[in-house]
Design a binder for this molecule. Structure first.
Ligand code: PLP
Length: 457
């Protein structure tokens, strides 16, 4: 009996997260035994160049010796205390040093929790119920955020999830991405009812679909105008596309960020929440809240909510918005996060950017060479190869869904057969690392011509 068959007897679908199951590309998932640098090794000892990077965390490559050592040393001191530690303070300081607008930071264990808590905070801060999200953006698997959720939900072809009550789903309004008029219409239709707009500031869960120029600034302006909070979900982009995440990348790309007055929180708070201590937000174009995950935990289960101090201080124990976690800020996870952020200097980001752009060029060339219609879209070092005839950039989920998933599946399997592990879905980004040296890159490049021919069908 194969390991997969054994797994299917005791684990639903044989996997602990659906996209791992190869549902959209067919075949049996590969079981991984170990990983090192840019390489994965399966349980039969076969080596793959990895372009999944554990879906984002492995910015430095797998099992970086300094990160592993930090975790080992932390483990020797104890696995979990259920009490505050210096490492949590140090990691929060490291996050704030890179994203100063995350004035206060609370650690949790998963990106799902971080986004769920950010939503609760926004509702607590505003006394409003409705949330706006964009079709194709994924913010984890909490009930209210599963509508048109991209990522694994898109891979499975699901509109949302069974088990989410109509009442909960009804409090999430879904708008097409990059569509300013649709968002204006929603704010007009629900005056004073929208607590927050949550967005991936550079979506990568419907494949990579970058924001139109000025779209994030528009989100800041419209939410501020209507007294709603803006949440940047940087679980995927945070500390990956730039040392300060997408927010840092976008800010560094414009000399002067647009100035938008953040509304005074005191005006937002209804009777359900007490008046916060700080009454105004600083006037800038930053979102009110960020969520982080993946890289910030260095491959361990850790994520974070960060943002305006006056909003963050509404969290218990200071404020009325409850949030907690037995393993929150776990010492092993914080040790991995601190070591990872310490190592992730500008050279790391330059290396990942370089290998990403070289690979994008090579994929383009290989697919053009044999005439496979496709479109490569990128946001920072993240990119997706959309198969299909696209005569213009993909700007939203509806367009992303027109991709040729069968061609992707053929390409995916040919790459896998040649020893390259791609994300097993056309709705995901390719994740590279600073450990992808010339040898690793060349192995991917050498696999491309054969995979391009396979994609033709
Ligand atoms: N938000 C974004 C943008 C993500 O990409 C993900 C996971 O891929 C999440 C939230 C959920 O994070 P987690 O899988 O850690 O719950």
């Amino acid at each position: 009996m194969s390991l997969y068959q054994r797994a299917c007897r005791v684990i639903p679908g044989g996997v602990d997260s659906p996209v791992r199951a190869f549902g959209s590309v067919g075949g049996d998932p590969v079981f991984i035994a170990r990983a090192s640098g840019p390489y994965l090794y399966d349980t039969d000892g076969r080596e793959y160049v990895d372009a999944v990077g554990s879906w984002g965390p492995a910015l430095l490559g797998h099992a970086h010796p300094e990160v592993v050592r930090a975790v080992q040393e932390a483990a020797a001191r104890g696995l979990s205390f259920g009490a505050p530690t210096e490492a949590e303070v140090e990691l929060a300081e490291a996050v704030r040093a890179r994203v100063p607008e995350a004035a206060k930071v609370r650690f949790v264990s998963t990106g799902t929790e971080a986004c769920m808590t950010a939503i609760r905070l926004a509702r607590g801060a505003t006394g409003r119920d409705l949330i706006v999200k964009f079709a194709g953006c994924y913010h984890g698997h909490s009930d209210g955020l599963l509508a048109a959720a991209g990522s694994g939900v898109a891979t499975q072809g699901l509109p949302g999830s069974a088990g989410v009550t109509a009442a909960t789903a009804g409090q999430t309004i879904v708008v097409p991405y990059n569509d300013e008029a649709a968002l204006e219409a929603v704010f007009d239709a629900y005056p004073d009812q929208i607590a927050a707009v949550i967005t991936e500031p550079a979506p990568a869960n419907m494949g990579v679909v970058p924001p139109a120029v000025g779209f994030n600034a528009f989100l800041r302006a419209i939410t501020a105008r209507h007294g709603a909070l803006l949440i940047f979900d940087e679980v995927l982009t945070g500390f990956r596309v730039h040392r300060s995440g997408w927010w840092g990348l976008e800010r560094s790309a414009v000399e002067t960020p647009p100035l938008v007055e953040t509304p005074p929180l005191v005006e937002l708070v209804e009777t359900t929440a007490p008046a916060p201590k700080a009454s105004t937000g600083s006037p800038n174009a930053a979102p009110d809240l960020f969520t982080f995950g993946k890289v910030v935990g260095g491959g361990m289960p850790l994520a974070a909510i960060g943002g305006r101090a006056d909003v963050m201080d509404l969290l218990a124990p200071l404020g009325p918005v409850y949030q907690a976690g037995t393993l929150s800020g776990n010492p092993l996870a914080t040790a991995a996060g601190i070591a990872t952020l310490r190592l992730a200097d500008i050279n790391v980001y330059a290396a990942v950017d370089a290998v990403s752009s070289d690979l994008q060029a090579a994929v383009n060339e290989a697919l053009f060479e044999v005439g496979v219609p496709h479109l490569v879209q990128s946001a920072g070092s993240l990119f997706t190869v959309f198969f299909g005839d696209f005569d213009r950039p993909i700007t939203d989920y509806a367009a992303a869904q027109r991709q040729d998933s069968a061609a992707f599946a053929r390409f995916f399997h040919a790459m896998l057969d040649a020893g390259v592990a791609l994300p097993p879905s056309g709705y995901e980004a390719w994740f590279l690392s600073a450990a992808h040296d010339d040898a690793a890159l060349n192995r991917i490049v050498e696999a491309l011509p054969g995979a391009a021919r396979a994609a033709l069908g």
